[in-house]
Design a protein around this ligand. Structure first.
Ligand SMILES: NC(=O)c1ccc[n+]([C@@H]2O[C@H](COP(=O)([O-])OP(=O)(O)OC[C@H]3O[C@@H](n4cnc5c(N)ncnc54)[C@H](O)[C@@H]3O)[C@@H](O)[C@H]2O)c1
Length: 351
């Protein structure tokens, strides 16, 4: 039987653990897996593009478990009452191929993306960062805000979105959080001024330019989350040229990240190398660092393993017969007759 984990189960896990604790557990799980980078069979995700968005499959495996995520990105979906990003995924046993877990990954992606952002910022932002600009106040934004508040001590947030209703929603959702000062900015430039960290998490299917070089101050860390597809970017090339740029998995980031705008030999550092001490992170207080995040399958592998473990510990989720259970594994056909839905022999005789 396969364990089915729905959005309701994930919400129950968050209610039981508390979001700050779960985000912390997720960051620890992702960091632990990034530190054993060499053990994973990795590939850039497979993307199917259309005029309105993209649908992607993201596989990864180590010797024990195989994971994949199905995820879309359709920035116009809100006009149809649907989220921009929707996802689900599977965790399977490598030894047999048996799917062990089938899980929602829409909420989980928001958590794993925020946890990965904090993991990168912990290595790259100036120590003692307090103030973050948050550009793009949609579905991902609360998760980013709370992960940086609880995980990194960010206690001042400057909010900006081209849609004022999105900013009002973010303000409303963050209002109960103690110790978090919110400022609604008039523009991107106004939001970014004086920030230690700038998170861009906008959705637009084009080469948007959210940040330009004159907005970037010495020592800033840029957490660029929304540019994650060919032709979909957030940072002006000059911002990248003036910074040290860190990515998840270089072959995928060259296609999908903001670095798609740069020459093929533009220098980037994979984050796992910083986490293992193989490469330096921030080298000076004045250096500008960029985490050019696109989302990598390994983050979903880690997140799937964590939510499956928490669901099992809390007695959540439901066992479903996704795969037929066969008394004789070679008699797949017999399953039809056993189910009673199709009197196989009788129909064959009649034919
Ligand atoms: N890197 C990753 O791992 C990862 C993971 C999940 C989502 N994403 C990406 O993050 C982005 C945001 O996702 P979401 O689920 O929050 O989408 P969303 O549609 O819910 O929110 C996006 C927000 O960006 C705003 N926006 C668009 N253009 C803007 C601009 N020029 N300036 C300011 N705000 C602007 C929109 O008004 C909207 O409120 C998407 O592009 C998505 O693909 C990346």
């Amino acid at each position: 039987m396969t364990l089915l984990i729905t959005p309701r189960d994930v919400a129950a896990i968050v209610a039981a653990e508390g979001l700050p604790v779960l985000l912390q557990q997720m960051e620890a799980a992702i960091a632990a897996d990034f530190r054993r980078w060499g053990e994973f069979d990795k590939v850039a995700r497979v993307a199917s593009h259309s005029a309105t968005g993209v649908i992607e499959l993201m596989p990864v495996a180590d010797a024990r478990r195989y994971a994949f995520k199905y995820v879309n990105g359709h920035p116009g979906n809100h006009r149809l009452g649907l989220p921009t990003v929707m996802a689900f995924g599977v965790l399977a046993d490598v030894a047999t191929g048996r799917p062990e877990v089938l899980a929602e990954l829409t909420l989980t992606t928001a958590m794993r993306t925020a946890a990965t952002s904090v993991m990168a910022a912990r290595a790259l932002a100036r120590p003692g960062a307090r103030c973050m600009a948050l550009i793009g106040n949609g579905a991902q934004s609360e998760f980013q805000a709370l992960a940086f508040h609880h995980g990194l001590g960010i206690d001042q947030l400057a909010l900006y979105d081209v849609d004022p209703a999105a900013t009002r929603k973010l303000q409303r959702n963050l209002a109960p959080v103690g110790g978090l000062q919110l400022r609604v900015a008039r523009s991107v430039a106004d939001a970014v001024r004086g920030a230690d960290i700038v998170t861009t998490v906008t959705a637009d299917k084009r080469r948007a330019t959210i940040l330009t070089p004159e907005m970037v101050e010495p020592g800033m860390h840029l957490n660029a989350v929304g540019g994650d597809c060919p032709g979909k970017t957030e940072l002006a090339p000059g911002v990248l040229a003036g910074a040290s740029v860190f990515v998840e998995y270089e072959p995928q980031s060259r296609i999908e990240g903001d670095v798609q705008q740069m020459p093929a030999d533009f220098s980037v550092t994979e984050l796992w190398r910083v986490l293992t001490g193989a490469a330096p992170g921030r080298r000076s207080a004045a250096e500008v660092t960029v985490f050019d995040s696109v989302g990598f399958a390994l983050e979903d592998y880690s997140a799937l393993g964590l939510i499956a473990a928490r669901a099992q510990a809390l007695g959540l989720g439901r066992r479903i017969d996704l795969i037929p259970s066969l008394p004789d594994p070679k008699d797949l056909y017999g399953q039809l007759a056993a189910a009673g839905s199709m009197p196989a022999q009788a129909r064959l005789r009649a034919a």
